[in-house]
Design a protein. Structure first.
Length: 407
């Protein structure tokens, strides 16, 4: 089987992915970042009464069309404590921000535009009828649709949902991703590895990436290189009705790579495997019916690169979330040699020049086993197949590991 171009592999994976339409009800405290499953309408009118936008004096606008008018103060209206009465000609009520405007009044005179007198106040500035009054329903009215289905809930939308008197929201269910790391050589962090063992690290990075992309994660732990054990773990995932099964390691076809053969025997439909990319060539994509299967390389750096390219966009499509903007154009700080037939993802540091240009410098070593370099990298320089050599200062395409660099 020939190596599949990265863009074609992404398109084939995402073309099968259908957004999850099932809904669940969550509290406002749990709703940030979720996608609304139904329209959210106002359960009350806001403001519920004509209210003052400023501290000052509520009055009839026609009584103070010019400065020097004296008015008698007959009471006070403050937030939560309305004036119980009606303002007549020549009268005013001391009012504070957010307080109900009394019956009979239609305007608010700023407190700094008034002088106190023995009986009340004298205006020092003319009043425009209706000034500094927030009319009832200015924000929204009971029954009005305000937030539409499909909207991603953020801090401002949480605020208006709470203001409309919603304690809970109907949202789309998060994708559930099962993670399965395979390999006799793996032990969990904190354990003492044997002479031929290493620490299983990829699970933690991929789980974090999946959660940040909008998924819940079911960690199936480390499974030995044993067909029965792998089959049992996959059955656990399917019984849990996960949306994506992610395997880490063992997806190739070596003597000890049992994942692909075991999944095929269990009924997986293989879509493709082996991508024309470096690192990450052994990527596998398949399915059990509506359940996506993504076989990531066991190498930590390869799994993280594949996670950014394939798992993150898959999760976000299932979750009805927009793609994360990671692509950018940059200027390479050093020359780069011509590329071969595979698309390279080169770990690099990135800085903004004083003029705002994104400048990138690849690390000298690019061995795919080096996790430390990935942790220090800001971006991946994308070198397409057969790309010609680059001179220092030439433009290149990058995939940002930390998208905040676009800011």
């Amino acid at each position: 089987m020939s190596l599949l171009p990265v863009a074609e592999a992404q398109e084939r994976l995402l073309s099968r992915a259908k957004p999850i339409m099932a809904l669940e009800t969550v509290s406002l405290a749990e709703a940030e970042g979720r996608v609304l499953a139904s329209d959210v309408t106002a359960r009350l009118t806001q403001p519920p009464f004509n209210s003052s936008a400023m501290d000052g004096y509520a009055l009839r606008g026609e009584d103070a069309l010019e400065p020097g008018i004296e008015l008698r103060v007959i009471g006070t209206s403050s937030a939560g404590h309305a004036f119980d009465g009606t303002i007549g000609t020549g009268e005013t009520v001391r009012i504070f921000t957010g307080a109900p405007v009394p019956e009979g009044a239609d305007s608010v005179l700023l407190q700094e535009d008034a002088e106190t007198t023995d009986n009340g106040i004298r205006t020092t500035y003319p009043v425009r009828p209706g000034q500094h009054v927030r009319p009832r329903g200015q924000d929204f009215r009971e029954g009005e649709p305000v937030l539409m289905a499909g909207t991603v809930v953020d801090f401002s939308r949480l605020t208006v949902a709470a203001g409309m008197n919603h304690a809970t929201l109907d949202v789309r269910r998060k994708p559930l991703v099962a993670l399965l790391a395979t390999g006799d050589e793996l032990v969990t962090p904190g354990e003492q590895p044997g002479p031929s063992q290493i620490i299983a690290s990829s699970t933690f990075g991929i789980a974090a990436l999946a959660r940040k992309a909008g998924a819940d994660v079911l960690d199936l732990g480390i499974v030995a290189d044993d067909k029965a054990a792998i089959t049992a773990a996959v059955e656990r995932a399917r019984e849990a009705k996960v949306d994506v099964i992610v395997t880490l390691g063992g997806a190739s076809v070596g003597d000890h790579d049992l994942v692909q053969a075991t999944l095929l025997a269990a009924g997986m439909e293989l879509d493709f495997w082996r991508i024309a990319m470096r690192p990450g060539k052994p990527l596998m994509v398949g399915s059990f019916g509506d359940t996506h299967v993504l076989g990531l390389p066991g190498n930590p750096v390869s799994s993280l690169v594949c996670g950014l390219l394939f798992l993150e966009p898959l999760i976000r499509k299932l979750a009805s979330l927009p793609p994360v903007k990671r692509s950018a154009t940059a200027e390479t700080a050093v020359g780069m040699k011509a590329n071969d037939q595979r698309q390279d993802y080169v770990r690099a540091r990135a800085v903004r020049s004083p003029s705002g240009v994104l400048q990138v410098e690849p690390f000298g070593k690019q061995d795919s086993s080096m996790m430390k370099i990935f942790a220090e990298a800001d971006c991946l320089i994308i070198r397409p197949p057969h790309a010609p050599a680059l001179e220092a200062g030439e433009a290149c395409e990058v995939m940002l590991i930390r998208p905040e660099l676009l800011g």
